[in-house]
Design a protein around this ligand. Structure first.
Ligand code: EPZ
Length: 420
């Protein structure tokens, strides 16, 4: 398994090109199941999860071809020839469950392996299933699989989500696009990736209103056609590199990033003493003076995103004063804490909250990656730590960060991948 070695203490300076959003690309690829015509996606990041989704779609008969000068365009097309999403793919990537709504809407049946839990939590999909049942699907759980079917078309329904689930909103939105009649999704998730998906679906002929709000209204249509759609920049990649610039006391320009998508992250970084502003070609980040402790509580968008919690905690570990970090979305998303503490951080976890008492500096150490965002928080910490940090199991990183060590090395970091 590859490892990444960092010798910390060097301020980052320069530019990083922000890629397309992983969490927009995955549902958009599933949307390729909704039409027999060609869907062309541009600005697609080159990530392991994208390859996994392409592998899954191929099993359904949808060919995914990489095109464009840097292979950042995906062309999806083909007739659906299979409706099973097998365990050995779904267990690698939970987002596989996003083929459920499209398959039901297109061909009236789907057999999707239950995603199972992951490192950060049990990750149930009950809200996806309840919504689809309201739309007329018959769903049984057998042998670890979701076995869903509907006679004829799904029918429109008014669905009130008890929690603004991103995945449930996406699955139900795609299913509703082809349902018979009107669907309303109330308390829908408002993450920018949802709007990106809705805009693409409308370009394919769907009739969705309320885009960007927590109430989506969809007038079902009989069929969708092909379209071309550009994926929004990755706001979590943007926030991650902003933390890297801040923790090293550097200054970076994040090309292609959209400050507006950062929501509470920009505000919280400002409270911590980090200057972050929109520029003509992206977002400029630099640290203004000392880092100050700032409290965060993760919430659905536009609140502080759970996917930025670990990275922000690494930043707070060397801030002046203390910070309270509260994780409200997932039940086990503090696995980066023991690893940060091995680097000299002073973090105490009490249930869903962690108290971070800033220390003068961190010291490099061998550390273990456990999930995507915990892994990158260790990279952020290693960039500022004295001495050498080696992050093990970096396959977690490769799921969500394209060419991370190359991007950071180009900004002055002493970082390298050790093949293993
Ligand atoms: C998406 O996961 C993202 N993944 C996650 O990013 C992100 O952390 C999460 O949204 C929250 O923003 C993708 O977009 C591929 P949820 P998802 O449904 O859809 C509970 C990353 O690092 N819940 O909003 O699974 C669930 O247990 C990944 O890029 C139910 O109880 O998130 C969790 O506590 C990690 N029942 C909470 O809601 C359901 O049916 C948030 O889940 C669905 C969810």
């Amino acid at each position: 398994m590859d490892r990444i070695r960092i010798r910390g203490g060097r301020p980052l300076g320069g530019e990083i090109a922000i890629g397309g959003a992983k969490n927009a690309a995955l549902p958009l690829m599933a949307a390729g199941l909704l039409t027999e015509q060609r869907l062309v996606l541009s600005n697609v990041p080159r990530l392991a999860d994208i390859e996994t989704m392409a592998w899954l779609l191929a099993g359904h008969g949808i060919a995914v071809e990489r095109k464009g000068p840097e292979g950042r365009d995906l062309s999806l097309g083909g007739a659906i020839t299979g409706t099973e999403a097998p365990y050995d793919i779904v267990r690698k990537m939970r987002a596989s469950v996003l083929v459920l709504g499209p398959l039901l809407a297109r061909v009236g049946e789907a057999q999707v392996s239950m995603p199972g839990g992951c490192a950060i939590g049990t990750r149930p999909v009950d809200l996806h299933l309840k919504g689809l049942e309201q739309m007329g699907a018959a769903i049984a759980l057998e042998g670890g699989y979701i076995r869903a079917r509907v006679a004829g078309r799904l029918r429109g329904a008014t669905i009130v989500l008890p929690f603004a689930s991103v995945g449930a909103t996406e699955n139900l939105l795609m299913a509703a696009a082809l349902a018979d009649g009107q669907t309303v999704i109330a308390n829908a998730a408002r993450e920018p990736e949802i709007a990106c998906l809705a805009i693409c679906l409308n370009a394919m002929g769907a009739r969705i209103t309320g885009v960007g709000s927590d109430r989506l209204t969809i007038e079902g249509v009989a069929a969708l056609h092909g379209a071309e759609h550009r994926i929004i920049p990755d706001r979590i990649e943007t926030g991650t590199y902003a933390c890297a610039a801040a923790i090293t006391g550097g200054e970076m320009r994040l090309l292609g990033a959209r400050l507006a998508d950062l929501g509470a992250v920009a505000r919280t970084l400002g409270e911590a003493g980090v200057m972050i502003e929109d520029g003509p070609d992206g977002v400029l980040v630099r640290r203004d003076g000392t880092l100050r402790g700032a409290d965060v509580m993760t919430e659905p968008y536009p609140g502080f995103p759970t996917d930025m919690q670990a990275q922000f905690m690494a930043l707070m570990s060397v801030a002046e004063g203390a910070a309270m970090v509260t994780e409200t979305i997932f039940e086990n998303r503090f696995m980066h804490v023991p690893e940060l503490n091995r680097m000299g951080a002073r973090i105490n976890v009490h249930g869903a909250s962690a108290i971070v008492r800033g220390v003068g500096s961190l010291s490099g150490a061998p550390v273990m990656a456990t999930d995507l965002r915990a892994s990158v928080s260790l990279i952020v910490a290693g960039l500022a730590a004295r001495g050498e940090t080696v992050v093990n199991r970096v396959y977690h990183l490769d799921r969500g960060y394209e060419a991370l060590e190359g991007k950071l090395a180009a900004c002055g970091a002493d970082i390298e991948r050790i093949a293993g």
